[in-house]
Design a binder for this molecule. Sequence first.
Ligand code: ADP
Length: 617
Amino acid sequence: MRNERLKKDAAGYTDQNLHAPGFGAAPRSLPIQWKWMAASLLLSTLVLLLIGGLTLWSFKRYALGQVEKSLTAQAALAEDLFRDPLLSGDEEVVDPIADRLGQEIHARLTLLRADGTVAGDSYESGADLRKMENHLHRPEVEAALARGTGSSIRFSETVQMEMFYLARRIQSGGETIGVVRLALPLSDISTQMIQMRHFLLVALGIAFLGALLLSYLLSKRLAAPLLQMTEAAQTIARGDFHHRIRIRSGDEMEALGEALNRMADDLQRKIQDLSDDRAKTLAILSGMVEGVLVLDDKGKIVLTNASFERMFVLSGDTWIGRYHYERLRHYPLNALIEEVIQSGKPLSREIQLEIPPRPHLQVQASVTERTPRSVVLVFHDITEIKRLERMRKDFVANVSHELRTPLAAIKGYLETLADGGLENPTEAQEFLTILQKHTDRMANIVRDLLQLSRIESGLDPIRPVPIDLREAVDRNLLLLKPLAEKREQTLAVSVPPGLSLQADPEKLNQVLINLVDNAIKYTPERGTIAVTASEGADRVVIEVRDSGIGIPKEDLGRIFERFYRVDRTRSRELGGTGLGLSIVKHIVEAHGGKITAESEIGKGSRFFLFFPKQPGV
Ligand code: ADP
C-alpha cells in the first residue's frame, strides 16, 4: 500500500519535475551497440584498406625494384658489349647485336648515339629503324646522360603498353659515345599485381568477417552494462526504487552503476519523505473542520480539502487547475481573492453562501511568503455562532419586552396608589389585585427563565430513575383535574399498567403538567383531553391530545421557541409565559428524547414525546 503510494508519488514527481528528454522513454535513435559496432567496423575497414593498399604498393615497389636491378645489371653488360660497335657508328653492325641481345634478355633494347639518334633497336630494323625519332629528350635518357643511369615508367606508343625504361650512358675514354636503353613491358608485373590483389581481397575479406564478428561480440559486451543501467534507470523512473544495478566489470561502468544505485537510494528516501509529508499534510487538511482553499498567484485553484468541498458542494476534482471565478460563483469571495492577490496582504471577511443551507463563513485569506506565492484561504463555519448570537439578541429583546409590560403596569398602579388611590379602599383593593397579577406574571417569567437557563447550563442535571408512568400521569392529572372540571372538560388517561420509564421524576412531572395545562388552556369548555402511552422496542411514546383550538401550520414549527406564542394576548390572559414548551423540549432532549407536534385548526393538537428506554442514548 505504502509502496503503491510511493510509486504514484514518484510517477507524479517524475512527471512534473523530471522533464529530462527521453528520460524513461525508449531511445529513439540507433541502439548504442550498433553504433559501437559500426564505428569499430569502420575503423577495421579503414585499417584493412590501408594494409591492403600498403601491401599492394610495397609489392609493386619491390617488383619494380627487381626489374630495375636486373635491367641495371643487363645494361652494364650491354655497355661493354656495345662500346666498340658504337664507336664504329655503323648501324648495320649495331642493330643485329641489339636484336640478338634483346631476344636473349627478353627486353627491348635500344641503342642511341650521343646525339640521341637511334643506332640499333631490338624491335625495329632497316627503314623503320631509321625513321625512329630522336630519343635525346626521353626522361630516362636525359637522366642517364646527366648521372650515368636513369629510369622511367611510361606508356609506349610504339608497343602500345606500359613499359619500364632503364638507360645507361656508354662512355669511352671519359667521353659519352651513346646510351643503351632497356625497356621491359610491365604486363608481367601487372599480372602479378592482379593476382596479388585477388589474394589480398580474399585475405582482407576474411579479416573483415573476423572483424565483424569481433566487433559484434565486443560491442555487445560493452553495451550490456549500459543497457542494464538504462533499464534500471527506466524502472527506477517508473517508481520501482527497489531495483538495483549489479555490474562487476571493475571499471567506470561499475562505478557508474554504483552511483546510480546510490542515486536511487537517495531518491527513494527523498520521495518517501515527501510522500510522508504529503500524507501528513493531506491527513491534517482532510481532518480539518475548516475549509481550506489554496490558489496560485494567478488565481488558479491548487488544492482544496474535504470541508471546503462540502461547504461549496463540489465533487470530483474538475476544479483543480481552474480559475477560482470559473468554479466559485460567489462575487464577494472572488472579489476578496482578487483583493488579496493584488495587495498581497492578509484579509478577513464574513460571507454567506447562496447554496443551501446558506452557511455563514468567516474567511481568512493570506499570501505565502515563498515564491511562487500562493493564496491560502481558510473558511470557518460560523453559522452556529451567528444563530446563537441572533438568538441571544432576540432573547434579550424578548425578555425586556416581556418584563416591560408588567413592570409598566406595576409602576402605573403604584403611582396611582401613592397619589391618593389608597383613599378609596375598594379601588385600592382592585389595584392591589392587578398589582399581584402582574407581579405573579413577572415571577412566573423569571422562574421559567431560571429553569431554562439551569437546564441549558447543565446546573440542573437529569437524574433518571425507573418510573411507573401510569402512576406519574395519574398523580399529575389529579393536580390539574380541578382546572379541567371548571371548564367541564373530560380528562382521559390510557397508559398500560406497569409501563416503566427511565426519567427524572420531577422533570417528567413538569413536562406532563406543562403539556396537559396547555391542552386545558387552549381547549374550549366541554372539550376532551387525553393522555396515552405505548411502548416500542427501544422507546416509550407519550401522547397528549386535545380537541382544542389547534395551532396554525406556519406556527407549528416555532411553538418550541422561547416566548413564541400563537396568540400573545390570549396566552397572557391565560397566565402563560411563552416558555413552557421551550422548557418541555429542553427536558425531553436532556433525556435523549424528542418532542413533535401535529395540529389542525379548530380540531385540536397532538404532542408526542419519545423517551428512549435507556436515557442518554
Ligand atoms: P404559553 O405559556 O403561552 O402557553 P407555551 O410555550 O406553553 O407558552 O406554548 C407556546 C404557544 O403554543 C402558546 O402560546 C400557544 O399559542 C401554543 N400552544 C401550546 N399548546 C397548545 C395547545 N395544546 N393547543 C393550541 N395551542 C397551543
